[in-house]
Design a protein around this ligand. Structure first.
Ligand SMILES: Nc1ncnc2c1ncn2[C@@H]1O[C@H](COP(=O)(O)OP(=O)(O)OP(=O)(O)O)[C@@H](O)[C@H]1O
Ligand code: NI
Length: 344
């Protein structure tokens, strides 16, 4: 079943120099229970895409077109109150720097308990005077929320969770803070977790541990994940499907194993060739020549055309549609690939 459907999404930032087309017509779906990786060079629009889904695009940026649906319901039609309810409830998020997302003045346990409390259904069936009810249910929920907070810290492998729940964020190491963030994000059992470079700031060993845990937790909680990173190795390891983003557009998407074994879009091929290989450190690393274009008014059809070793004049003039280039929904948006392309 499709959980998240992003269709023709466009997000723009007006600036002094002109309109930045950060997300420029993106289609992407996340099915229930799968981990979808979103990769691409810095500045390709990954974070803005995530912010668009969550309704937290920085002003004066705004969604200029397309739709985002969760379980078939458009999120773009929802008001701020509804979106706030949704965030940390059915959809939650983890960012690169947990220090910015955790409140330094509350203990880690209190913060997780607070999230649980905010999104737990209150039992309205008991018939007691409102004030009494509030007191009783409140106390019950407080105890329950705190227990749940400790359970979550245990689930993300924080040692001595009952004691550590009383610590403040600054008393945690970087890796533990990131775990606490994941615990908080999963505490209300969201349908969808959006993780934007959640382990980039951590050392490689801790990063690997956290990714392992994330995978286990995803299975345990049956959560779908949209995982954003520029680290191809992480995506290959963690994700079921991948979408490759370049200059505001998705250029290739498909099953992770097939996409990495047989990348078809010239950008994906360039990206993989420019990444040092863990399994073969001696292999050539060839950077993609040129630069990511300025996202203000890209005057050519395929955004990668000027850097592409295979581009023809047509690539500058005609928008590439997605075409099948392999099995299981493996598609590339390149005029020279797939049916009709001269290098299918
Ligand atoms: N608040 C903003 N105002 C103006 N432009 C913005 C704003 N936020 C993002 N952008 C622009 O949108 C484009 C996409 O940025 P985004 O942060 O989504 O890239 P990214 O793929 O997440 O990169 P990274 O891998 O470095 O995190 C960039 O050109 C960026 O300058
Ligand atoms: Ni980003």
């Amino acid at each position: 079943m499709t959980l998240l459907e992003i269709e023709g999404l466009r997000t723009q930032f007006p600036t002094d120099r002109g309109v930045v087309h950060a997300v420029d017509g993106v289609d992407l779906t996340v099915e229930s229970g799968e981990i979808v990786g979103l990769v691409g060079e810095s500045g390709s629009g990954k974070s803005v895409l995530a912010q668009s889904v969550l309704g937290i695009v920085d002003a004066p940026g705004q969604i200029a077109g397309g739709d985002v649906r969760l379980d078939g319901e458009s999120l773009l039609e929802k008001g701020e109150a509804e979106l706030r309810e949704l965030r940390g409830g059915r959809v939650s998020m983890v960012f690169q720097d947990p220090m910015n997302s955790l409140n330094p003045t509350l203990t880690v346990g209190e913060q997780i308990a607070e999230t649980v409390r905010l999104h737990q259904d209150v039992d309205e069936s008991v018939s007691l005077p409102a004030e009494v009810k509030r007191k009783i249910l409140g106390a019950a929920r407080d105890g329950e929320a705190w227990r749940r907070a400790i359970e979550m810290l245990e689930a993300v492998q924080i040692p001595e969770p009952a004691a550590r729940a009383r610590d403040y964020p600054h008393e945690f190491s970087g890796g533990m803070r990131q775990r606490a963030m994941i615990a908080m994000a999963l505490a209300c059992e969201p349908d969808l977790l959006i993780a934007d470079e959640p382990t980039t700031a951590l050392d490689v060993t801790i990063q690997a541990q956290i990714l392992d845990e994330l995978r286990d937790l995803k299975d345990a909680f049956d959560t779908s994940v949209l995982f954003i990173t520029h680290d191809l190795a992480v995506v290959a390891e963690l994700c079921d499907r991948v979408a490759v983003m370049y200059a505001g557009e998705i250029v290739e998407r498909g099953p992770a194993d097939e996409l990495f074994a047989d990348p078809r879009h010239p950008y994906t091929q360039g990206l993989i060739a420019s990444t040092p290989r863990l399994d073969d450190p001696e292999a050539d690393v060839r950077p993609i020549e040129g630069y990511v274009p300025d996202l203000i008014d890209i005057p050519y059809a395929c955004h990668f055309a000027p850097r592409c070793p295979e581009s023809t004049r047509e690539c500058f003039e005609r928008d590439p549609d997605f075409r099948p280039v392999g099995g299981d929904g493996h598609e590339a948006a390149c005029l020279r690939r797939g049916p009709g392309g001269d290098r299918p």
